[in-house]
Ligand binder design. Sequence first.
Ligand code: ZN
Ligand code: ZN
Length: 432
Amino acid sequence: MHSKALLALLLSSAPLCAGSVDQWIDENAKSVVELYKELHAAPELSLMEEETAARLADAWERAGYAVTRGVGGTGVVAVLGNGDGPTLMLRTDLDALPVVEQTGLEYASKVFTTDKRGATVGVMHACGHDIHMSNLVGTARLLAENRGFWSGTLVLIAQPAEELGAGAEAMLADGLFARFPRPDYAVALHAANDLEVGKVSTCPGYFGANVDSVDIIVRGRGGHGAAPHTTADPIVIAASLVMDLQTIVAREIKPTEPAVVTVGSIHGGTKHNIIGDECRLQLTVRTYSDEVRKQVAEAIRRKAAAAAQSARAPEPTVEYSEGTPSLYNDPGLTARVTDTLKAELGDGQVERAEPMMGGEDFSRYGKAGVPICMFRLGTIAPGRLEAWEAAGETPPSMHSSKYYPDPEPALRTGMRAMAAIVQELLPASSGD
Ligand code: ZN
Ligand code: ZN
C-alpha cells in the first residue's frame, strides 16, 4: 500500500481515534481542570467579561486558531480550517451572575463588583458557564492537536451576556454569520445541576421558551380612601386583572401547548387612606411557539383594557418587550448528536432531557437559519445526588449560591462528547 494512503487510513480509522482522544484527555485533563478553577475564581458579570474573554482568546490563539476579539462587545470568534468539509460552530458563554458564592470550595469566588446600577454585588459562576468555557478550550486544543480524524472548518465562539439574553443578538448583529464562515450546524452544551457526571441528556424540538417581559400601568382616579365612590381605584382594578390574567393559560390556550403568565411584581399606593392614581405590574411570559406567543400577548392587552373599562378608568399602558426566542433543537441534528453520544458514552449514559420554560439565547443562532443542538452535561458526582435523595432534598438549582459541579469527570465527558460530535459532523475524508 502507498504510504500516504496507509497514513490516511490510519488517521481516519475509528479505533485509533477513540484511543487518541482518550489518551489526549488523560494527558490534559489536569490542565483543563486548572483552567476551570481559575475561571471559577474570577467570574465577571454580563457585558463586563473583559478578562474572561481575553483568556479564551489567548488560549484559542495558542492552540493555533485564527482569533477575532471584540465581536458584539466582548465576544470572541476562533476559526480553524482543516481541509474540505462542512462548517461547525461550537459555542460557550462567558458571563457569571450577581450571586454571593456559598459553596465553601477552596477555589470559590470571593469576587465583589459594582454592577451597572452602581450596587455592590457578589459574582459567581452559578450557571456553569466556567464549565462550558474550560470544556471548549480543552476541546479546541484536542481538535487542533488531532487533525487527522476530522475535516472541515471549526468556528468556536465565546459569547457575552447569555444571562441577559443579549449576547447572541449582539454577535449576530456584528456580522457573526457574515464576517466568519457561516456554520452548517451549531452545537453547545449546558451544565446540568441534577444529572450525574458521565451522563448527558438531549431533547429534540423545543428545549427552551420564548421569554417576554410585560410592564402594565393600571391607571385610576385617586382620592380619599373614605370616598371610593368619587374615585376609580387602580388597586382593585389591578387585583382583578391579576386573577383574570391567570385565565389566559387556563381557558384560552390549547391545553397541550405550554405557556406561563406570572405576575412577579405589583406596586401601588402610598398610605392606608389614600386611593392612588396608578398601580404597576411586571409580568414574565413564557411560551414555545410563535402562534401561542402572539395569542398570549393579544390576550394580556385585551384583559388589561377590559379591566379598566369595567371600572370606567383611563386606558392602561401595556409595554410588551419580546426577549429571548424559544430554543428549538433541530430534530435531525439532535438525532445525529444523540446517536453519536450513545455510541461514544454508552446507551445508558444518554438520557432524554425535559424541555424547560427557561430561556437560552443560543436559540438565536437557530432563528438565524442554522440547525442547532444544545444538550445537557451531567456535573454532579453520584454520591452527592444520592445524599440529597436520601435526605429528601432536591439538588441546588442552577443560579443557586450552592451549586457546584465536579469538574474533572464532567469535563472529561464534555470533551469526549464534543470530540465525538466533531468526528460525526466533520468526518475525515477516507478517500485519498
Ligand atoms: Zn443561567
Ligand atoms: Zn447558563
